[in-house]
Ligand binder design. Structure first.
Ligand SMILES: NC(=O)c1ccc[n+]([C@@H]2O[C@H](COP(=O)([O-])OP(=O)(O)OC[C@H]3O[C@@H](n4cnc5c(N)ncnc54)[C@H](OP(=O)(O)O)[C@@H]3O)[C@@H](O)[C@H]2O)c1
Length: 291
């Protein structure tokens, strides 16, 4: 990939994508919110006109799932209208757009993995706002890949794994839900896949999640165990933990794209990669446990 523009480059995924892009593309322009606000259509067009990228990877988003319930219009302004601005400018300039989307476009009631064409039915304001972005991109008429991912963790942003590390060090006991199942995904695995997707040809929706599946309880237990923390992880249920936004009970994504499917390593490998990168385990131990 010759020239890559990364938006939302200050976020958790954006940082990983910017770092991976620096390694693999001839020229990368990584813009955080302070340098490019994607809700500013003129600024988006100017950035694309000036840099003339071959592709844009959009990592900018409103990601406060609970906050979106009270501020749906503000979330939709970024996740819907912001994505629409990028799509319009990219389409006008013949630039491929890679948009990061989410499992929250599904209702979580399935028992088999959701594939790209599975019926969407978002249950939360965040899910609706991300779906608005998907639909705007599809309508813009340009070349695009919408990459739905889920349960992200990585360096440089708040995420469940790091929260477990903190709580595991502070508390003797942590209660974690067993009745939400998903696919934990390390940004260190997703970022290079997004760059490959930016350079690839397929248009449409792709699913990209860490291999395997587990509950939040299992992810917490594995994190605490690998980190050697003493806290006991106790099972609980979603009902005992009311939150403003409903959480999908089943967020396992699959793919019907055959050879074009984005396949990432198993989530255990991602977890060890993240813990090793954070210095929580040494990478040799991580590799040994993965063997
Ligand atoms: N985290 C997950 O579990 C998860 C799961 C599925 C999908 N995703 C998707 O993955 C993508 C990356 O998420 P993330 O976890 O990296 O979230 P994040 O750390 O919150 O990053 C989002 C970034 O977007 C920036 N941003 C917000 N509004 C913006 C605007 N108007 N213009 C430009 N930048 C703006 C934020 O800046 P400020 O911090 O200054 O607001 C932040 O740096 C998002 O599309 C998200 O929907 C995430």
């Amino acid at each position: 990939m010759a020239k890559l523009l990364v938006t939302g480059a200050g976020g958790m995924l954006g940082q990983a994508v910017a770092a991976a892009a620096e390694k693999s593309s001839d020229q990368t322009l990584a813009l955080g919110r302070d340098k490019l606000d994607i809700t500013d259509a003129a600024a988006v067009t100017a950035a694309i006109d000036q840099f003339e990228p071959d592709a844009v990877i959009n990592c900018a988003a409103w990601t406060d799932v609970d906050g979106a319930e009270a501020e749906e219009a503000a979330a939709t302004e970024i996740n819907g209208a912001g994505a629409a601005n990028l799509a319009a400018s990219c389409a006008a300039s013949g630039v491929r757009l890679v948009q990061v989307s989410t499992d929250y476009v599904f209702d979580g009631s399935a028992t088999e993995p959701y594939v790209e064409s599975s019926p969407i039915n978002p249950q939360s304001a965040y899910g609706r706002s991300k779906l608005a972005g998907e639909q705007a991109i599809e309508a813009a008429g340009g070349d695009y890949a919408i990459v739905r991912t889920a349960w992200l963790f990585g360096a440089g942003g708040s995420n469940f794994v790091d929260t477990m590390l903190r709580l595991g060090a502070e508390r003797e006991q942590i209660e974690v839900v067993t009745d939400q199942i998903g696919c934990p995904t390390w940004t260190g695995h997703l970022a290079p896949a997004l760059i490959a997707c930016a350079a690839a040809n397929g248009t449409g929706i792709f699913h990209a999640i860490g291999g395997g599946r587990c509950s939040w309880f299992e992810l917490a237990s594995e994190t605490i165990s690998l980190a050697g923390l003493k806290a006991k992880v106790e099972p609980t249920t979603t009902e005992s933990f009311p939150r403003p936004a409903p959480r999908p009970a089943f967020s396992v994504l699959g793919s019907e794209r055959g050879d074009e499917a984005i396949v990432l390593p198993d989530w255990h490998e991602g977890l060890r990669g993240h813990l090793a990168a954070a210095g929580v385990i040494d990478s040799a131990a991580g590799a040994a446990q993965g063997a």
